[in-house]
Design a protein around this ligand. Structure first.
Ligand SMILES: [Zn+2]
Length: 100
């Protein structure tokens, strides 16, 4: 089981390794119980918020993928070209090693 505290640790790790430390130093990361959504984020809130479905607690690799997805939204809204570019960068920097 992955905890919110672990997710925050991974947020900081991914920010350093894969986003060049350009994301906010702190984000509020918590689990939610909405059945219809795996994760969502509010990048413009202060501090920014990432919420991940609590069902993913039992699947750390999926929680990591969801976390990286929401972190990429801090750089690009929607799922268009800018977002795809962010995901490509993460892949090239090795963020998904062992996850996919
Ligand atoms: Zn998205």
């Amino acid at each position: 089981m992955i905890s919110e505290r672990q997710l925050l640790w991974w947020y900081r790790h991914y920010n350093r390794c894969c986003f060049g430390g350009r994301l906010p130093k702190f984000a509020l990361i918590s689990f939610h119980g909405d059945k219809h959504e795996s994760a969502h984020s509010f990048p413009s809130m202060i501090p920014p918020v990432i919420r991940i479905n609590r069902r993913l607690r039992a699947f750390p690799w999926a929680a990591h993928v969801a976390l990286l997805h929401e972190m990429a939204h801090f750089k690009a809204m929607g799922h268009g070209r800018d977002f795809q570019r962010e995901i490509d960068k993460l892949y090239r920097k090795g963020a998904y090693e062992g996850l996919l």
